[in-house]
Write a protein that binds this ligand. Sequence first.
Ligand code: 0O2
Length: 250
Amino acid sequence: MVEKIIHQEKTEVVQITDTQIDVEAGTEEFTHPDFTHPEFLPQTVDYLDMDRQYRQLMYIHEAAIQQITAKLNILKGEFQFSNDRNPISSICSRIKSKESIVYKMQKKGLPFTVSALLANIHDIAGVRVICPFIQDVYYVAQMLARQPDIEIMEVKDYIREPKENGYRSLHLIATVRVSFSNTVEDVPVEIQIRTIAMDFWASTEHQLRYKKDREFSEKDQKKLRHCAELMAKADKEIQSLAGDFNLEQW
Ligand code: 0O2
């Protein structure tokens, strides 16, 4: 059942259904709001090492995180008193580290300029939502898409189509409207939504991946993929148990 269709300007139609999210993305590139407006960022030199400029940028994204997190906490709180159970287990967030930004820009072959950063890196602000059941993941995405000041720009459904290494998660790139003293800006945030089992796998895999003195062998990768399959199987069985117990679904 199609719950909501969001028509975005010119290029995209995002359809959110009970069990899936489809995006037909157009060919135009994602256009970032103009954070370089003189009200915000004095455009003296367009280099990332301009400390003040960089800190201002991070502040704008931090504000967007606060906005999304507040919305999610309000939804979580609402479920606490009005329902038997909660589709949100926990919420966490991070601002992408400078090292991670530089690494990603290098990987994409981008020049180290503010404009290249804003046009190409959309996960400076990141929020992660952990849910008990797979169905909750899509429900949380629907709730966010229904918010009037949030626009879903892009959906990557790594649950329906897991990454080759076994990674599963629903990723949304959304903009959230943030009011500052002189302007209102739609700031991009990457929202990762996944189950407890998916998060267990991703968090441990992340730790292993960043263990610098050991490379993943073919055998390690196979083991990890196997663990991801086990998590996926557990998620499916738990979801079916939820049905057997008539646990509230949305
Ligand atoms: P960190 O430390 O979270 O900043 P794109 O943004 O489309 O140009 P990208 O960044 O590959 O390309 O997008 P994608 O696939 O949506 O991944 C973004 C984030 O998802 C990653 O951020 C991770 O947080 C998470 N992620 C993606 N794949 C994996 C994976 O295989 N394992 C784990 N544990 N996490 C993953 P960063 O920038 O890699 O890191």
